[in-house]
Design a protein around this ligand. Structure first.
Ligand code: GLN
Length: 353
């Protein structure tokens, strides 16, 4: 018997089974990843979204905190064809609604054809289709979440010690834990700064490299991070992943745009234009770089030609749209973090303009 409903912005209401009760709303997206549900469900880039897993069975190898990418569940709700009790109990304990026993193929094909869209979920004993519709109608577009960084960033600077290979100032726009550990494992001290840190806060760290993390929502709303990039452009080497690439590009004079339904999965092919080699990558993004500004395109997506990597020898910038930390995902692109450490080698910290 159905005790859960999801209302889509195109007017459809689908029936489902409650796995964790509650009412919520968000931007409906899907991931095609067949492993890594713990990492995805704790990835802060999913804030304000409702995550559908296209793989039909989610939870088959349990739930272990050591695989989490942050301290809490990040999407507003989770949807699977079949969800195990382990995952359902975890989501319920975190107060995140979850539903299963619905045709997730219908959700995936709808989002592919019509784009990521608002949805509302009502799950639990007294849930009605009208509740789900009410939630959907109250759902705001992603760009309206202007301060989305506040909910996913550290509020105070935090240091992760890795060694004296480099000092990295990481603007935490909603960083995945394994991005930080990929840097500390290579011998860098990582000073994690709030998403709204000022150029002076960065100067206090005396970094060799400024790193802009991944994060949720519209990159144009990360105004403070763009100001930091602008202040240090040309003076401090910079690196960024996903939202980090978008923020750095916009700050340097380029631009971003919203994609129809984005890239979320672990088998996105990316070609390096310098070597002609293709690697498989993990991705989770709904925006893309439209105008690269002063940066040179080094890598593109084989499926749709979108920008996957940017470089500037002159400005000492390297960025990636995909997730080289590879949690979940293929490990083909871990070398990015070695390149970040190389950026640090010849540089001395400088003051903000
Ligand atoms: N993983 C990310 O950093 C996502 C970046 C941005 N929020 C987007 O959806 O494109």
């Amino acid at each position: 018997m159905s005790d859960a409903y999801i209302a889509l912005a195109d007017g459809r209401v689908l029936e489902a089974r409650t796995r964790a009760p509650g009412r919520t709303r968000g931007e409906l997206v899907f991931t095609t990843a067949y492993t890594g549900y713990e990492e995805s469900l704790t990835d802060p880039s999913y804030a304000e979204q409702v995550l559908t897993f296209s793989y039909p069975l989610i939870g088959n190898y349990g739930v272990r905190a050591e695989r989490f990418e942050s301290d809490s569940v990040q999407p507003r709700a989770a949807i699977a064809r079949e969800m195990t009790d382990d995952v359902a109990e975890w989501l319920e304990s975190e107060g995140v609604p979850a539903i299963d026993h619905l045709d997730t193929r219908e959700i995936v094909t709808t989002v592919r054809e019509e784009g990521a869209m608002a949805c509302g979920i009502a799950a639990g004993e007294d849930a009605t289709p009208e509740d789900a519709i009410e939630e959907m109608e109250a759902c705001e577009p992603m760009s309206a979440h202007v301060d989305i960084g506040a909910g996913v960033s550290v509020s105070e600077p935090t240091v992760h010690e890795g060694g004296d290979e480099a000092t990295i100032a990481l603007l935490d726009c909603g960083a995945k834990g394994s991005i930080i550990s990929s840097l500390t494992e290579r011998g860098a001290d990582v000073h994690v700064l709030p998403y709204d840190a000022t150029p002076e806060d960065v100067a206090a760290v005396e970094p060799d490299v400024l790193f802009v993390s991944n994060g949720p929502g519209d990159p144009e709303n990360f105004v403070a991070a763009q100001e930091v990039v602008d202040a240090y452009a040309g003076d401090l080497p910079m690196a960024g992943i996903c939202l980090g690439q978008q923020v750095i590009t916009s700050a340097l004079g380029g631009s971003t745009e919203k994609m129809s339904f984005g890239h979320r999965g672990v088998n996105q092919p990316v070609k390096d234009l310098r070597t002609d080699k293709v690697v498989m990558t993990t991705q989770n993004h709904g925006y893309t770089v439209a105008d690269t500004g002063p940066l040179e395109v080094t890598q593109v997506n084989v499926n749709d030609d979108t920008v996957e990597g940017l470089d500037s020898a002159e400005l000492d910038v390297i960025t990636r749209q995909y997730h080289p930390e590879a949690n979940p995902g293929p490990h083909d692109s871990l070398g990015f973090f070695d390149e970040v450490l190389e950026l640090a080698e010849s540089r001395q910290p400088v003051a903000a303009d």
